[in-house]
Design a protein around this ligand. Structure first.
Ligand SMILES: N[C@@H](CCC[C@H](N)C(=O)O)C(=O)O
Length: 289
């Protein structure tokens, strides 16, 4: 242990997509890729699908321009230490942490992310958390997802981060997902991609498995669930901005359930749980890797 002070951390999850949270209001910590991977390691660290660093927007170069609207910046990292634009489950957990720690009032709060500002609604005493996830973009062009000798057509959906959504007959058909599925054409996703496999469960009710860029298969992905909702709505002929009616889908993930709506302005809202399960102190050497 070095002479540096221990560093506070928390652990939380949203539909079992789990995160290490590092409060860093003044942006003091240089978190290397290696340090994040170590913290997210389930044996050598705390363990998590990703890491959320809570920095005041005014103290982070990527968020300074949003500081007037959003006091806090969610610096999100995948478990391999790579940076991502946005995390839908993470932003709910992030908001839960801020309110629980008295750093933001319950009600509506704006969070700065690399994909822009996200507005989150939550009560002080727990319950579901609702996030305005912005609009989805659906770039044209055919995309295909391959696992072993199976290939499925997929829909390219961007909800701040990139997704390939494949409708399948059976979630087990994707196999154990120990490796990233193949996605073609690679040029469609120059920064890599998150892949969702989806089955129908009933009218406007789907279930998914996800292989996340930078984290592998996880128990849930909030942005992935939003991408799936939009892909399912378009497949089902529902386009709220063209039809004038909002559309709501229930999206089951291995770790729980998310409810997702697309409004007539194209804005997506996601509601789901956000739980803090532990807090403690880290050996500062872990951050210095
Ligand atoms: N689990 C997240 C998504 C995290 C980022 C993703 N792996 C990426 O690299 O884009 C979610 O809940 O949205």
């Amino acid at each position: 242990m070095s002479s540096a002070r221990p560093v506070p951390f928390l652990k939380g999850h949203g539909t079992e997509n789990d995160f290490v949270i590092i409060p860093d209001p003044d942006g003091e910590f240089e978190l290397s890729k290696e340090a994040v991977a170590r913290l997210c390691d389930r044996r050598a660290g705390i363990g998590g699908d990703g890491l959320l660093r809570a920095v005041r927007s005014a103290r982070h170069p990527e968020a300074r321009g949003m500081a007037g609207e959003a006091e806090w910046f969610m610096d999100y990292r995948n478990s391999d230490g790579s940076i991502a634009e946005m995390c839908g489950n993470g932003v709910r957990v992030f908001a839960r942490h801020l309110v629980r720690a008295g750093l933001a009032p319950a009600g509506e709060l704006a969070v700065a992310t690399r994909a822009g500002i996200r507005r989150v609604r939550l009560a002080a005493d727990g319950g579901g958390v609702t996030v305005g996830m912005g609009r989805a973009a659906l770039p044209a062009g055919d995309v295909r997802v391959t696992v072993g000798d199976r290939t499925w057509p997929a829909r390219h959906v961007n909800v701040g981060n990139p997704h390939a959504v494949a409708f399948v007959d059976d979630l087990a058909a994707a196999g154990p997902l120990r490796e990233a599925p193949g996605v073609a054409p690679a040029a469609a996703y120059p920064q890599g991609v998150n892949v969702e496999f989806v089955v129908d469960r009933g009218p406007r009710h789907v279930a998914l498995r996800v292989y996340e860029r930078g984290s592998g298969e996880t128990r849930s992905c909030g942005t992935g669930a939003c991408a799936v909702m939009v892909a399912a709505a378009r497949r089902d002929g529902a386009d709220p901005s063209a039809d004038g009616n909002p559309v709501t889908y229930t999206v089951d993930v291995p770790g729980g359930r998310l409810v997702i709506s697309e409004g007539t302005d194209g804005g997506i809202e996601m509601t789901g749980p956000a739980v803090i399960v532990a807090e403690g102190m880290l050996d500062p050497d872990l951050l210095a890797v």
